[in-house]
Design a binder for this molecule. Structure first.
Ligand SMILES: Cc1cc2nc3c(=O)[nH]c(=O)nc-3n(C[C@H](O)[C@H](O)[C@H](O)COP(=O)(O)O)c2cc1C
Length: 218
């Protein structure tokens, strides 16, 4: 069976493609936020766009938690500070000095904390595509997180991904169901600075690899 195009299909012209390339290049992981609040309607809109992301078997396993309670936010900040100290202890010498200087979260400044969980055995999708690779469930949540990240950047918002957390402790803090797995803990807000290069590159921690070095042929 062949189907013709939907007549409402949009045209993505060269000017749009140029802007899209700029969006990819100027998306940043943001850890330095202004205190200005984020309009809840904008946040809803971004989560709606994130929910258009692809998912294994169309299972849509993303579960977003807006962390508003001050005590829970404080517990997450302390979770990060404990785990970050533990991470620092694993380095020595110059690397340890460098690590200690990095700012690896904006948890205390960001007006919005958003946790993205995966419901690990969702009813939706009826198991299509994940029998061989169950990890495609959290991968699906990552696609939503990245969609959110880009949509947020296009709306002048910054997003910072914090993975230096004990995920089980974070799940307990947020009182989510047992079968939800933490995929991403995001700080969201208006950035205090704008840069074209990653902060970890600017602070001498790591540099960008040439794309040619990541492409193999067999
Ligand atoms: C899965 C994942 C986890 C990350 N965790 C952290 C984190 O805990 N702290 C942090 O400062 N940045 C974190 N980042 C952001 C990366 O450091 C950042 O993406 C990278 O340095 C490149 O910078 P850019 O996103 O500005 O291009 C994470 C990014 C990803 C994709």
């Amino acid at each position: 069976m062949t189907m013709s195009d939907d007549p409402t299909k949009p045209v993505f012209d060269a000017a749009f493609r140029d802007k899209l390339a700029e969006l990819f290049a100027w998306r940043r992981d943001v850890r330095r936020f202004r205190p200005d609040p984020v309009d809840p309607a904008l946040l809803d809109d971004l989560l709606r766009q994130a929910s258009l992301a692809p998912s294994v078997g169309f299972s849509q396993p993303w579960r977003f938690v807006l962390v508003e309670d001050p005590d829970r936010r404080e517990a997450i900040c302390q979770n990060f500070e404990t785990e970050n100290a533990r991470a620092l202890a694993a380095y020595s010498g110059k690397r340890a000095e460098q690590y200690a200087r990095l700012k690896l979260s904006g948890l205390r400044e960001a007006p919005v904390h958003l946790a993205a969980f995966a419901e690990m055995d969702p009813e939706r999708g009826h198991g299509v595509g994940r029998r061989t690779m169950p990890e495609t469930v959290p991968y699906s949540v990552v696609t939503a997180v990245y969609t959110f990240w880009l949509a947020a950047r296009a709306a002048e918002l910054g997003v910072g991904w914090v993975s230096i957390l004990d995920p089980d402790a974070a799940a307990r803090t947020l009182a989510v169901p047992e079968d939800w797995r933490l995929v991403a803990y995001l700080c969201v807000g208006y950035p205090a600075e704008t840069h074209s290069d990653p902060e970890l590159e600017r602070y001498g921690w790591e540099s960008r690899v040439a794309v040619e070095d990541c492409i193999y042929r067999r």
